[in-house]
Design a binder for this molecule. Structure first.
Ligand code: GDP
Ligand code: ZN
Length: 349
């Protein structure tokens, strides 16, 4: 059994447990996988937990625990009842997938996300920017990892390209194959911290994780096979790196799209945010407004039009998602489009 310390149990979480009003003593545990309403737990004696009836009623589907969550449980042997989900320090959410009007979390309480791209594939700055904003919004720190540098002649050139996108995020070039750069990457891990990998399929996330763990990631293991006759197989998604914290590897990370924006887009585009200070209008959208410093910068070549285009696209996606969520905003957007279409038709007459 891993100790709570090893699992990243910090005062942020212990303070919450101490404040719980429950009569019976509750034990902290960390969720390492979920399958059909059964949660695999670490840090407590029980290995499997289910939500209490009360919690099931209270929590909307999207608010239910995910990998990395800390929960308070009452234990009865091998099984536990989850009584509370502790407040998350960070959460990576998938905006495309709302359940019950709540954005769906993919992983909770991750401290550092390694955003992985591969040196042998066309670098996709727009995708990296997208991941960057998502990670900034999650509350975790992003690190841009350029993997497979063993496959190219001049990794420094590529790294420079990645740095242009990075903003305040750090950049590390590595090869999971030769081990080059792995010491630097490993240096970003630390006891009690949780790290995770995101990036497109095939960039080498599993290879990097394996290299860090110094072993093959645990293969599939079955959880809950004896439980209520359910036979489900799940991969444990949370792994303790001895002395170096915790690694979360969840399938959700592999195919996640757009996310809620809470300033993450501006953090991912510090160059645009800085120039926006000089726009005439404080709420300038850098599209058609007069005296827009951002558009001006694209004309002088200081800012690439592709980058501004990507910024607009992300902002539009956020607006569309918010409109879906917010009926008033949604109606406003609809009204605006109606007016725009009308004006457009009129202009064509
Ligand atoms: P994931 O889908 O992001 O988890 O990617 P994988 O870890 O499964 O790696 C995809 C493929 O890239 C595998 O065939 C790996 O052997 C290969 N690969 C991963 N890292 C490196 C690397 O640093 N150099 C080279 N040459 N190949 C790598
Ligand atoms: Zn502007």
């Amino acid at each position: 059994m891993s100790s709570l310390d090893e699992l990243g149990y910090t005062p942020f979480f212990s303070a919450q447990i101490e404040l719980l009003p429950d009569q019976e003593p509750l034990t902290p545990a960390r969720v390492s996988a979920e399958s059909h309403g059964l949660y695999e737990l670490m840090g407590c004696t029980a290995t499997l937990g289910e939500l209490s009836g009360k919690l099931r009623g209270q929590l909307k589907a999207a608010g239910r625990p995910v990998s990395g969550d800390w929960v308070a449980v009452s234990e009865h042997g091998e099984r536990a009842t989850i009584r509370h989900v502790l407040d998350r320090r960070t959460q990576l959410v998938r905006r495309a997938a709302f359940k019950d009007g709540v954005p769906q979390a993919i992983a909770a309480n991750v401290d550092v996300f390694f955003i992985v791209s591969s040196a042998n594939l066309e670098l996709n700055p727009r995708r990296l920017e997208r991941y960057l904003s998502a990670v900034w919004d999650s509350g975790a720190d992003p690190v841009l990892v350029l993997n497979k540098i063993d496959l190219v002649d001049d990794p420094a050139l590529l790294e420079a390209e990645v740095r242009q996108i990075a903003g305040a995020a750090s950049v590390v070039s590595v090869s999971a194959y030769t081990g080059q750069g792995m010491a630097e990457l490993g240096g970003l891990l630390s006891a009690q911290k949780t790290v995770s990998f995101i990036g497109s399929s095939g960039v080498g996330k599993s290879s990097l994780a394996n290299r860090i763990l110094g072993q093959e990631l645990q293969a599939t293991q079955s959880i809950g096979s004896e439980a209520k006759g359910r036979h489900t197989t799940t991969r444990r998604e949370l792994l303790v790196v001895p002395g170096r914290g915790v690694l979360i590897d969840t399938p959700g990370m592999r195919e996640f799209g757009m996310l809620e924006d809470e300033g993450g887009i501006d953090s991912a585009f510090p160059d645009i945010a800085a120039r926006a200070q000089s726009c005439r209008f404080r709420d300038c959208s850098h599209e058609t407004e007069p005296d827009c410093a951002v558009v001006a910068a694209t004309q002088t070549g200081e800012l690439s039009p592709g980058r501004l285009h990507s910024y607009h696209k992300l902002k539009r996606e956020v607006r569309a998602a918010q409109a879906r969520q917010d009926p008033v905003l949604g109606a406003n957007v609809k009204r605006r489009w109606k007016a725009i279409n009308k004006a457009h038709r009129r202009s064509k007459r």
